[in-house]
Design a binder for this molecule. Structure first.
Ligand code: NAD
Length: 259
């Protein structure tokens, strides 16, 4: 059995549902204690809470902490819980929201909340984690930021979302420059079309007439799963990527570079 993250502790924002849940579960299978930091405990897609499943099915420890990533103090609470497991080694800034918008007659609500969660949330999460990773002679760590193919190219219906995810990509490069000398690696992941509550409920693609056309336009001819993204997050969290820093990795079946 592989145990790529033995004796490590991860904080995963948005870890209750979807991609963050898959990351949390995979990390725990690899020996990592996990703090699930989310605004809600129940998975959006149903089933038992992530931390309860980890405790029941793996040897790892897990806890839930209520955290709105747009509030810095909430991140500090998550770091305090991680300290109970030995201190944060891996920070996954995964929480995000996705809203369609018309742009021309839009009020500020979509833009403001999208930037608050998707950009401020990553900035605060990185800062809170990095402070713990470098203080008291800490031995560094890995920060993984969830961007999107929408952070690589423009899309007419999602101006705020693309803006936020592009910011996450550039923030990742800047953070890698700032934190690399401190022993902290910072990388971004750019998922393509992944089936979660985000793409079935918030901006429905799965279960609609458009699903097949989307899927067939992807070179791999399938949509992605949360587990596809979790595998890449595991690589970036572990020593397998020990010399990978300031990188942005697409997990999109070839979508971003071919359309
Ligand atoms: P999801 O909606 O299934 O899960 C998101 C989780 O984040 C939920 O548990 C939710 O409660 C939590 N969350 C939302 N706002 C929060 C806040 N303010 N503070 C803390 N937690 C909060 O979404 P997902 O599809 O799993 O997306 C995860 C990440 O991946 C997001 O950053 C998203 O933008 C990105 N992404 C998703 C896709 C996709 O196709 N699903 C594609 C590209 C990028």
């Amino acid at each position: 059995m592989r145990e790529l993250l033995t004796d490590e502790t991860a904080v995963v924002t948005g870890g209750a549902s979807g991609i963050g849940r898959a990351i949390s579960l995979l990390f725990a299978e690899e020996g990592c204690d996990v703090v699930v930091a989310d605004v809600q405990e129940e998975p959006r897609e149903g089933d038992e809470p992530t931390h309860e499943r980890i405790e029941a099915e793996t040897d790892a420890s897990a806890a839930f902490v209520e955290c709105d990533v747009s509030r810095y103090d909430d991140h500090l609470d998550a770091m305090d819980v991680a300290d109970e497991f030995g201190g944060v080694d891996v920070m996954v800034n995964n929480a995000g929201i996705f809203r369609a918008e018309t742009f021309l007659d839009e009020d500020d609500e979509v833009f403001d909340r999208t930037m608050d969660v998707n950009v401020r949330g990553v900035y605060y999460g990185a800062r809170a984690a990095a402070n713990r990773m470098v203080e008291d002679g800490g031995d560094g760590g890995s920060i993984i930021n969830l961007s999107s193919v929408a952070g690589l190219r423009g899309s007419a219906d999602f101006v705020s979302y693309c803006t936020s995810k592009g910011a996450v990509r550039l923030m990742t490069y800047a953070l890698a420059a700032r934190l690399g000398p401190e022993g902290v690696r910072v990388n971004a992941v750019h998922p393509g079309l992944i089936e979660t509550a985000m793409t079935t409920d918030d901006v429905p693609i799965f279960g609609t007439d458009a699903e097949d056309a989307y899927t067939q336009s992807i070179p791999s001819r399938r949509s992605g799963t949360p587990e596809d993204v979790a595998d890449v997050a595991l690589y970036l969290a572990s020593d397998l990527s020990g010399y990978v820093n300031g990188e942005s990795l697409s997990v999109d079946g070839g979508m971003a570079n071919t359309q």
